[in-house]
Design a protein around this ligand. Structure first.
Ligand code: AMP
Length: 448
């Protein structure tokens, strides 16, 4: 029968790789706690309108990458199996609601912020999430259709200080600390201000005016962007367009006094903290909700990510809450591409020293009559905090040896005599030694 394979652009994460995922998440959670963040978990699917309004109709994400469906499709498929109100079928209203697998998490967090009236609490809200996102992009190394993001948002009413440049600097300092703690080497922080909602229309008008006479010279993708989302032209990495892009007007020249001063204060605080950054006036982001500070952390070419070398991105989104029908609640946030972060860490580890992941010991029962005794011993040793695998009494000694050597640092032999005398043979593979150890001393001997 034909084998069923995973869907294009998705990945299975297997051990031992998942161990690294868990370590990264544990380190991140511990660090977020030190900065006062609490976890939020929002649904995997949301009303399509949330992304259309929040992320923006003209963005690549909303215009061509979303997984959108309507419950009416579900009803069609399940017809004949479940019927009627009691089976939980949607009402007429629900049927009409278009749903989308979340392509990013900021819109969902801000929706939850509004829905749960977190603004009324009056203090700054610091929320983080870890979870899968979905975008129908062209898959390649570091770019998937289901990928994981670790992100955080800092938002609150104006009087909570959410708008302060200190918040931007704190978030960036936290990210620099996180990447250092995780051991990511050679990261670079690119920083820009794309202006407030009043600066941006002036800049966009200038950009459109500058693009109009040269548009036909751009590559087709950028010709389209010049029409639909001109800011994205600046973001293009296509080498054929770089000379033309270089000559376009710069957002820095369109910032008003407030935006300029805000940006200067962010940079001054970062400098005071010793966080290195590069001013990059061409840095824009692919989502419409960003205002003022925008940033991206990349790692150098040759760090295992190929062209997908952006580890994380983010910025300020001062008008997003209002765009979603909520109160004024300025904020700043980021999303780390967890898949890319892990790929980078793996590539780094490979360059240094390949790590050998082995269990503390393999327990080898000599004969099936010793299986229970082996399991009891494994239970005791695991309770003492050791990592243990148990063999099978039907194995021949040679098979036990080979399996143990592959899986563990040591092998403990459990035979009739050993159980009767409570004295076990421990074989240390790396040292090529063997020793007899009493049951009470076993955990200690296996830990050494
Ligand atoms: P964005 O939400 O587009 O600002 O992206 C934030 C980060 O998520 C990027 O810097 C990437 O590290 C990661 N990312 C975005 N799209 C993908 C994808 N399709 N596959 C893997 N990681 C992604």
């Amino acid at each position: 029968m034909a084998v069923i394979l995973k869907v294009r652009g998705t990945r299975d994460l297997l051990p031992p790789e998942t161990e690294l995922w868990n370590r990264v998440e544990a380190t991140t959670r511990a660090l977020f706690a030190r900065y006062g963040f609490g976890e939020i978990r929002t649904p995997i699917f949301e009303d399509t309108q949330l992304f259309a309004r929040g992320v923006g109709e003209e963005t690549d994400i909303v215009s061509k990458e979303m997984y959108t469906f309507t419950p009416a499709d579900d009803v069609g498929r399940s017809a004949g199996r479940v019927t009627g109100e009691s089976a939980g079928l949607p009402s007429r209203d629900e049927k009409a609601q278009s749903l989308t697998l979340r392509p990013e998490n900021t819109a969902g967090v801000v929706r939850a912020y509004i829905e749960h009236k977190l603004n009324d609490i009056g203090t700054l809200q610091k929320l983080f999430y870890i979870g899968p996102q979905f975008r129908r992009e062209r898959p390649q190394r570091g770019r998937y259709r289901q990928f994981w993001q670790i992100g955080a948002e800092v938002l609150g009413p104006a009087w909570s200080g959410a708008e302060s440049p200190l918040r931007d600097a704190e978030v960036l300092e936290m990210l620099a600390t996180l990447l250092d703690e995780l051991g990511v080497r050679g990261w670079q922080l690119d920083l820009n201000s794309i202006g407030s909602t009043t600066d941006r229309p002036r800049y966009l008008a200038a950009l459109r005016a500058a693009l109009a006479p040269i548009k036909h010279q751009l590559t087709p993708d950028n010709q389209r962007r010049a029409e639909t989302n001109p800011l994205r032209v600046l973001d293009s990495k296509d080498p054929r367009d770089q000379a033309l892009i270089e000559a376009l007007p710069c957002i820095a020249d369109f910032l008003d006094e407030d935006s300029r001063s805000h940006f200067d204060q962010v940079k001054a605080a970062l400098t005071a903290c010793g966080v290195p950054f590069r001013d990059n006036p061409r840095l824009v982001r692919g989502l419409d909700y960003y205002t003022r500070t925008t940033f991206e952390f990349t790692i150098p070419d040759g760090s295992g990510l190929g062209t997908q070398n952006a580890l994380l991105g983010g910025g300020r989104y001062d008008g997003l809450s209002e765009m979603l029908g909520g109160p004024k609640a300025p904020g700043i946030g980021f999303a780390i591409g967890e898949d890319r972060l892990i790929l980078a860490l793996e590539a780094q580890a490979e360059q240094e020293s390949p790590v050998e992941r082995k269990l503390d010991a393999f327990i080898a029962p000599m004969g099936i009559s010793q299986n229970s005794a082996a399991l009891v011993l494994a239970r005791e040793l695991r309770a003492a905090g050791l990592s243990i695998e148990v063999g099978e009494g039907a194995f021949r000694l040679k098979r036990s040896f080979e399996t143990a050597d592959k899986l563990a640092h040591r092998m403990v032999i459990v035979g009739e005599d050993e159980v009767a005398s409570d004295l076990f043979t421990v074989k240390h593979f790396s040292r090529g030694e063997q020793e007899k150890v009493t049951r009470v001393g076993l955990a200690e001997a296996l830990r050494r």
